[in-house]
Design a protein around this ligand. Sequence first.
Ligand code: MG
Length: 385
Amino acid sequence: MTRRNIVILGSTGSIGINALKVIERFADRFKVVGLTAYNNYRLLEQQVRKFRPSHAAVNGSGVDYLRRHINTRITKVLNVKADIDEIIRLRSVDVIVVAMHGSAALRPFLTAVRTGKTVAPANKEALVSAGNILMREARRHKATIVPIDSEQSAIFQCLAGEDREHLKKIYLTASGGALLNISPARFDALSVTQILKHPRWKMGKRITVDSASLMNKGFEVIEAKHLFGLDVDDIEVVVHPEAVIHSMVEFTDGSIVAQLGVTDMRLPIQYALTYPQRWKTGLKSVDFTRLGRLTFQKPNYKKFPSLALAIDVGRRGGTLPAALNAADEMAVDAFLNRCLPFTGIYRTVEKVVQKHKVIDRPSFTQILDADQWAREEAGRLIKER
Ligand code: MG
């Protein structure tokens, strides 16, 4: 059996670490050929020692450190900013996992789809900001995009073997985040630590904060619009606190198909790595009789205005989603650094979105410019408060 060669962009983050756990279980069926990180060169060093990729990349000072501490006859060490494309374009690669944080993933994602290989994105920002271009380039270069985000993976799985033309509607489920049952009057009194306690999923910091505000779900609406070629209005967000149904699709005949499973990211990660096959995960099954019931609610758009804002932005399109994402990244960062109260995230992002001069059908450069502009604008607003 031929091995699948994997590159992980962002191997030291939450998704990267879990992807390597999946790979470790099937040491004879996967081969890690490239790993990249940004700052966490010590963890990258451990990963390189263990998985012995032919290439690794890291930021600035990490390059020297890594070259001194690993066997460079086995692994070539590169600068992640300058040379990441060299790793993405390795001919032997079968699957490229895009797990790096933030807008930094935009260019590498574009390079990845242009290789025509399988691209497994966990990063949201790239699809939110540049979904049109990425999907167009993926089609042009016959790349297969198998999303890792649990909701998008669910939709992708529901559509397996189906004609996309028969897709009528998506039900995007939301666990509701840390604030589902907390009065908005108390939001700003909660500590960063309390906001970072997600009831169902263990994830990175920014996405956990975005889950609390439901901005994350808004991003996922925009992502799903691009991935599955629907209008924003054909994507309905349904709050489902048990997080057992990871999303559902409705076909033109009215039939609804759902994907269910335990809340463990290794499941969608492994599916993306083994697609179109399914291998054993060793994870336990859902115990339905213990669960008893599954519940659903309409999202409260008043309490979570970020969700409504993101959906509006998704409808508007152009460079606006890039501005939304960049402003949110800045505002969430400021919140995590205790420079902004929780509700200040929305207020900052909304102001940036309102001020942005939208360019329709933007080029890739115009998207990057909008991202940069929104970052500066949000930074200014945060400083001025
Ligand atoms: Mg998700």
